[in-house]
Design a protein around this ligand. Sequence first.
Ligand code: ADP
Length: 754
Amino acid sequence: MILLDVQMPELDGFETASLIKQRERTKHIPIIFVTAISKDEQQVFRGYSAGAVDYVFKPFNPDVLRSKVSVFIELHEKSEELQRQAELLKEQELAELRRESEERYRFLAESQPDQIWTATPNGELDYVNQRAVDYFETSFTEMVEAGWTNVVHPEDLPRRLERWQRSLDTGQPYENELRLRRADGSYRWHLTRALPMRDRRGSVVKWFGSNTDIDDRKRAEEAQRFLVEAGATLGGSLDYRSTLASVAKMAVPRIADWSRVDMLEQGRLRTLAVQHVDPAKIEFALELARRYPEDPDARRGPPNVLRTGESELVPEITEDRLAELAVDDFHLGLVRELGFQSYMCVPLVARGRVIGVISFVSAESGRRYGPDDLALAEELARRAATAVENAQLYREVEERAQAARVLETVGDGVFLVDGEGIVRLWNRAAEALTGLRRDDVVGRSAEDVLPVWDHLAVRVPVAGAPGPASAETLPLELAGRERWLSISGVGFDEGTVYAFRDITEERALERIRQDLVATVSHELRTPLAAIYGSALTLARDDLELEDALHDKLMEVIVEESSRLADIVNDLLVASQLDAGRLEVHIERCDARALTEAVIAAARTHLPEGVTVELDVGTNDLPPVAADEGQLRQVLGNLIDNAVKYSPDGGDVRIRLERSDEYVRFRVSDEGLGIPPAEHGRIFEKFYRLDPHMARGIGGTGLGLYISRELVRRVKGRIWVEPNDGQGSVFYVEIPAAAESEAGRKLRIEAGAGS
Ligand code: ADP
């Protein structure tokens, strides 16, 4: 209350009042004018219009004034009270409104299929909806107090903390994908999001969040990705063991904590691969599988799947379930000890047959398998089986191709005649050996195309059971020449496989060998008989021998002994040559001196009518590089033959001439000669033109063979040509000794000697 005088110096009461009324802070303060002078109506009216609540004349009764003032104070207090009441009412209304809206959003939150939550600006959880409480099977309070940390998959936790903190710091919306552990221990993928609610000034007052279950989508995606990766791995492997081992590996930890592949081998399941999240347990698991193979009659697990070809899924291994499955005590203990939670077994089916079983077990991860997991496992098994099939097919094709390649490259002719008598296979060697082309033979009746088929079909023993069939030797007329084939056959489901080889050469050799035995024994017997006869005669007491006869007999003994020695020596040299044991000492030899010595030796026992002449074309014959003793043997051989095969006499001429880097020895005779067709063969071991000695000329058939081998060893050449008119000419070329090197060698040797 203001009690205001009207008459005042400078600024009167009315002006003061209007100033007071103008000021915001004072305009509601009641004013009572108190005056002694301005009592006319005019003045009173001015006073009221200036905002006075009363106009009191002096002198005034203080009680009246007091009671007037107290009325105004009371009034003021009343109106204050009223205002307060109005404000309270307004607040109550607001609170009601707020509660209503909160309830509305809670209701909204509760009606959502997702988990809905709110958090304080510093990130503390302060509300979760019933859905979340149900999912985690906890209480609202517990949930709100504990927050998310304990239910987020440990692998996803760091990412969650990092992102959530970033959103709290920046006020940016939060979004993440993580696995939340359900009350049953399994984890499901959720998409979690939160938006900040801000006040008028823009600061965050609350976070509104939601967790949406995206497990199905996530798993489908993951399954798809997994299958794609698995496909790549499986497609790249052609060895079925490594293929399946890689399946076991791939499954852990993405679909299982344990995985195992069992394959059907010899009628039993054998564990081929095991994988475990904990590598230390792999050995243990393998050891278990080795020591306690699955009971083939078991009513659950791999044996059951193998028998029925149906997958097995146990979402949750409970005691009841175990009892129901009639698991034996050992496996029961195992399941408990290893903490098996859930498992599935799927068959591996290749070409319509169950060839194995893949098992997936969940333990540590607490995962529960459901139909989706089973579908994934089945798909994986299907792909693995396809890979195994491919690997098997590949191997078969490869084996077949290999077999075909082998058949193509073997030296034996191989052909196959099926049950209908049709030729189904005819290899390259068969073509080469018979001259019959594959196109002309394959697909046609053996009877029509194989010249000796009648004979074959009847005579060739066909082995039924495995084991070698004895071979039959048959002559076959081919391209006008007689060939000998050794043929054997083996019968099998689809017909008979025959293998044959050309043994014409072997047969010929065999005949030669037989001839040789005859010849050599004859060759040995003749001198032996002569020696024996001579010795017997000499030893007789009752005969008085003339000196001439005595000498003659002694000469026979000496000569025939030397012949015997020669034959034995030839046999020895030939066998050394065969064994590669003959040593060759190459040195400088004087060709002319050597030839003269050989001729001189030959001349000592020339038959009648045969002469041996040396004809040296030139005076500057170089020395030859040869083993002197061996070269002597070669020349001796040629000259002996020339003499021996001139039974009707004739001139044997030996010529020495130079031919480039060689010295050529030419030995010609006018004897029996050699048909050109045999020019090659006479150098073969034991080969003789006249094995039965129709002309009475003996020999072992070794001389030319030995000569050829010796000449070859000093890098020389030997051959035969017909002599003009009659007889043969044998040529031997021996390399001339290199002057410088030979000279040096000689000097060194001379030096070493002195
Ligand atoms: P052999 O001990 O039979 O003489 P060789 O190896 O020296 O053995 O000769 C092989 C065959 O070559 C002889 O059996 C003979 O038929 C033939 N032959 C070798 N030299 C002559 C020749 N100068 N004239 C005719 N035939 C020869």
